[in-house]
Every structure is written in structure tokens, then in C-alpha cells.
Design a protein around this ligand. Structure first.
Ligand SMILES: Nc1nc2c(ncn2[C@@H]2O[C@H](COP(=O)(O)OP(=O)(O)O)[C@@H](O)[C@H]2O)c(=O)[nH]1
Ligand SMILES: [Mg+2]
Length: 216
């Protein structure tokens, strides 16, 4: 007989997507939570976060993925964006060298506003655009190693490695949280929020104007 849901171990992980404008953050989110890709970049019409439930090692993980609502263009991402995040994807575009160089700045921002134990992962997006590649994989891999974080190249366009990258990050977070015995606290908050397992998309929140005017 199946265990009733409340007896299963459940975790809510807030993961933030950061990186320069147009690197593909919103498309990575929609690829992961909706299996969708959009050719248009529409920073103002988006979601603040979307969730997807996964089962990892027999545990239900509700991954709540936060996307910027375009604030990175004005360098106005608020501290609220980072608050409570246990994971961060630092995303660059493999066809734009500058977006890779700026990862250093995003690391600084993460250090300044996120919790000290946030698990970061370096993501090179647009791996499908091989002919336009400007950032060599080995250079990015070395950079990630120097900053003790995992690295993967993905494509939101064709879906390559997107699920795998989230799964890897979630696993790393899970192991860290287990070590720190934080699981108990997380379980309490998730119990009200969990409704079903392995739902592709059970919750999302739309971007709204007020965020652009908020303060750090
Ligand atoms: N070829 C390709 N284009 C992508 C990929 N991901 C995003 N894009 C395109 O890059 C542009 C910016 O994407 P968007 O998700 O809005 O970036 P954001 O500003 O970081 O949220 C859009 O025109 C997307 O269609 C990808 O993996 N491959
Ligand atoms: Mg966006």
C-alpha cells in the first residue's frame, strides 16, 4: 500500500537563476517547468517563479525556480530575490564572451545577498549554437573548478542537459541540507504547499511592475 503523502519526506528548494540579460534564463525556466521554448525575448512578460516537483532518491523535491523579471538589465535585482535561496544557477551564453566574464560579478552579487551556504552551479546556455561558440568548454570548466562549483553546458532551445543540470544541482543541495540537518524545518513549510508529486508545473507567479521599483 502507498504511504499517505504526509508521511513522505518532502523538501522545498528555492533556486534562483542569475546572469546577464538575454543569456536564456527565462527559457531555461520554461524548458524545465513547461517543456516550452520561446524565440522572442520578452523580459516584462514572464513569471517570477515556477515550480516543478521531482522525486530524487525516493524523496519528493519541490523545486521553486525564480527568474528575474528583467531587472538584471537595470542592475536592480532586489535582495528579496535571493532571500531563502538554497541554489543558484549562474548562467552565461556560450556565444557571448562578455556574459561569461560577467559571471564574476554575479558571484559577487550572490556572495553579497544570498545565504552563505547557497549552492552555485555554472551554466553555459545555447549549446546548440556550436558554430557561434566564443567560450571554450574547458575554460568554463576550469573557472567552475576554481570556484568549487559544478558546470554544465545546456540548451534551452533543444532541451539538452536542462533536466540533468537541475537534477545535479538539486542533488548537491539535498546532500548539503542533509548534512546540516535542516530538512526538518523545510518539511514543515512544504507540507502545506505540496499537493502532488511529479507534476510538471503546479504553481507559478507572474511578474509585476512593483518589483522594478523596489529597493535593495
Ligand atoms: N539558440 C538558442 N537560443 C536561445 C537559447 N536560450 C534562449 N535563447 C534565445 O535567447 C534570447 C534570450 O532568451 P531569454 O530566455 O529571454 O533570456 P533572459 O533575458 O536571460 O531571460 C531569446 O531570443 C531566446 O529565444 C538556447 O538555448 N539556444
Ligand atoms: Mg528573462
Amino acid at each position: 500500500m502507498d504511504k499517505p503523502p504526509q508521511q513522505e519526506e518532502k523538501h522545498l528548494f528555492k533556486i534562483v537563476l542569475i546572469g546577464d540579460s538575454s543569456v536564456g534564463k527565462s527559457n531555461i525556466l520554461s524548458r524545465f517547468t513547461k517543456r516550452q521554448f520561446n524565440f522572442d525575448s520578452q523580459p516584462t512578460i514572464g513569471v517570477e517563479f515556477a515550480t516543478r516537483s521531482l522525486t530524487e532518491n525516493g524523496k519528493i523535491i519541490q523545486a521553486q525556480i525564480w527568474d528575474t523579471c528583467g531587472q538584471e538589465r537595470y542592475k536592480s535585482i532586489t535582495s528579496a530575490y535571493y532571500r531563502g535561496a538554497v541554489g543558484a544557477m549562474l548562467i552565461y551564453d556560450i556565444t557571448k564572451q562578455k556574459t561569461f566574464e560577467n559571471i564574476e560579478k554575479w558571484i559577487q552579487e550572490l556572495k553579497e545577498y544570498a545565504e552563505t551556504n547557497v549552492v552555485a552551479m555554472l551554466i553555459g546556455n545555447k549549446a546548440d549554437l556550436k558554430a557561434q561558440r566564443k567560450v571554450p568548454s574547458d575554460k568554463a570548466a576550469q573557472f567552475a573548478e576554481n570556484h568549487t562549483m559544478a558546470f554544465m553546458e545546456v540548451s534551452a532551445f533543444d532541451g539538452t542537459n536542462v533536466d540533468l543540470a537541475f537534477s545535479r544541482l538539486i542533488n548537491e543541495i539535498y546532500q548539503l541540507i542533509n548534512k546540516q540537518s535542516l530538512a526538518e524545518n523545510q518539511d514543515q513549510s512544504i507540507q502545506q504547499q505540496m499537493q502532488s508529486r511529479n507534476n510538471m508545473q503546479i504553481q507559478q507567479s507572474q511578474c509585476n511592475q512593483s518589483q522594478d521599483t523596489c529597493c535593495k
